[in-house]
Design a protein around this ligand. Structure first.
Ligand code: AMP
Ligand code: GLY
Length: 427
């Protein structure tokens, strides 16, 4: 089978690694890819925003399946355009991708189908939004409606922060994405990521994971795309797992089908575990990054038949197997991230790092130049490891990190802390 994977981050390297391991694959390309993905596939310099160019490449190379990694091409309707050209693509249609590309859309779906989420209101002007927050008080959450590269959410602890966030969003900081603003009740609790593979009708839960969004140890500093993750998370007990499937995932899949916009692809629910049960605070319509990295390491089954079954509406009798061992990933980022950072700095020691037992290194923002690996983005490497426990996976991942010589990079030192504490408490 000929497969093309779109994207160039750590999530896509992990997907490429897993897809490349499938005996069904005869030819495999990544566009645009990165230095790590070049080990798994042939990287092609396609502009993935240019749908006609992607279609042309697929036709010339008899591509039978396109796997879309990031949300931007999904929200731009690449799956619809490929389908219209007769090319099978894994991921939701543009209409179904609104679950991520419009927070207001998701909130309305939650109301229509009784999906537990925070109370909210939608606004298209600042005075009404300000009047509303004054009736609600702080803490409160202010969200730009559209895609804002993970920066469109302000969890305001004070009224002043909420007022500033509203002003910033209606000032055009996020362009069209901020033309509508959703104001949401602050949900106290612990946050987890939940993934389900969907074919428009059936949803199969994938493994659970926990992300670490803040840039510094002890979960402080600004939000990032994610500084590390582990899977499974002990926070999701079997009872919580069942509640999430029954109250959040299945009503969403059924609701989307009823509305005539069935959801196919990976549904990623951002969930707060509150004292009143799990509540949804956002959907994404693709794998999480870096959660995907730990999921791919733990997935025992061949991923290619699973992706095909999701495209073809055949998940009903599908079964995915997972390794029971936990996996953990540490993100190494360029100093300064998520603010300004340098590109082009040299990274050494990757081969030595990969020799640590259970370790696997996925590239995110890297580029190969004259035989050297250079940093080429904010989040640059994912140093992952499997272990018998999260504590062991964590220790292996940091052993590998310590073999990497990259003076211009940094990472958090406490990825997995909640699970490690829980393992310690258990003895
Ligand atoms: P997002 O960029 O949508 O992933 O949101 C960034 C972060 O904001 C999430 O990871 C949550 O920690 C937090 N967040 C979003 N909505 C809420 C909410 N209603 N209550 C509390 N925290 C929230
Ligand atoms: N890890 C967060 C995200 O992928 O959005």
């Amino acid at each position: 089978m000929h497969i093309l994977l779109l994207g160039s981050g750590g999530r896509e390297h992990a997907l490429a690694w897993k897809i490349a391991g499938s005996p069904l694959v005869t030819k495999f390309w990544c566009a645009p890819g990165n230095a790590g993905m070049a080990r798994e596939a042939e990287c092609v310099a396609l502009d993935i925003a240019d749908h006609a160019a992607v279609i042309d490449f697929c036709k010339k190379n008899a591509v039978e399946l396109v796997v879309v990694g990031p949300e931007t091409p999904l929200a731009a309707g690449i799956v619809d355009d490929l389908a219209a050209a007769g090319i099978k693509a894994f991921g939701p249609s543009k209409a179904a991708a609104q679950l991520e590309s419009s927070k207001g859309f998701t909130k309305a779906l939650c109301t229509e189908f009784g999906i537990p989420t925070g109370a909210y209101k939608r606004f298209t002007n600042a005075p009404d939004a300000l009047a509303y927050i004054h009736t609600q008080g702080a803490p409160i959450v202010v969200k730009a409606d559209g895609l804002a590269a993970g920066k469109g959410v302000v969890v305001a602890k004070t009224m002043r922060e909420a007022e500033d966030a509203i002003a910033m969003m209606f000032d055009g900081t996020f362009g069209d994405a901020g033309a509508e603003v959703v104001i949401e009740e602050f949900l106290p609790g612990r946050e987890i990521s939940f993934f389900a593979l969907c074919d428009g009708e059936t949803a199969i839960p994938l493994a659970t994971a926990q992300d670490h969004k803040r840039v510094f140890d002890h979960d402080v500093g600004p939000n990032t795309g994610g500084m590390g993750a582990y899977s499974p998370t002990p926070l999701v007990t079997p009872a919580i797992h069942d509640a999430i499937m029954a109250k959040i995932i299945l009503p969403t899949v059924t609701g989307m089908k009823q509305r005539g916009t069935p959801f196919r692809g990976v549904l990623y629910a951002g969930i707060m575990l509150t004292t009143q049960g799990p509540k949804l605070f956002e959907f994404n319509v693709r794998f999480g990054d870096p959660e995907c990295q730990v999921l791919m390491i733990r997935m025992m089954s061949d991923i290619v038949p699973a992706l095909l079954a999701a495209c073809d509406g055949q998940l009903q009798h599908f079964d995915l197997r997972w390794y029971p061992e936990p996996a953990l990933t540490v993100v190494m980022a360029a100093k300064g991230y998520p603010g300004d950072y340098q590109k082009g700095t040299r990274i050494e020691g990757l081969d030595e790092a990969a020799k640590v037992e259970g370790a696997e290194i996925f590239h995110a923002g890297t580029i190969a130049k004259d035989g050297a690996i250079l940093a080429n983005g904010g989040r640059v490497l994912n140093v992952c490891a499997l272990g018998k426990t999260v504590t062991e996976a964590q220790s292996r991942a940091y052993q590998a990190v310590d073999r990497i010589n990259w003076p211009d990079g940094f990472c958090r030192r406490d990825i997995g802390w909640q699970a490690v504490e829980a393992e310690k408490a258990k003895g």
